[in-house]
Design a protein around this ligand. Structure first.
Ligand SMILES: [Zn+2]
Length: 92
């Protein structure tokens, strides 16, 4: 099972998780979720949802929850058969 971070109160824990799991994966939960590597700048820029948003002062976990997986095997076990987007920048 991945670890879910959501809400303002979990943002710092999410950022720390990404920093301490450089080989991990992050699922950005949306209508159609997008998978990233934990090192992808679009999900690790502190205080931002991603680099495509012009909205300032938002934190990573406020609008879209993040589900984090420590290993590729864990990620594939949960998401391998699901219809998700894969980030074009980090190519997870
Ligand atoms: Zn990415």
């Amino acid at each position: 099972m991945g670890i879910t971070f959501s809400g303002l109160e979990n943002n710092n824990a999410y950022v720390e998780w990404c920093n301490s799991h450089p080989n991990g994966y992050v699922l950005n939960k949306r209508n159609k979720s997008t998978l990233h590597r934990a090192t992808c700048k679009t999900v690790t820029r502190h205080g931002r949802i991603d680099s495509d948003t012009s909205q300032k002062h938002k934190v990573a976990t406020s609008s879209y929850a993040k589900v984090c997986y420590e290993t590729r095997e864990e990620m594939l076990a949960e998401l391998g058969a699901k219809d998700i987007n894969r980030c074009g920048h980090c190519k997870p």
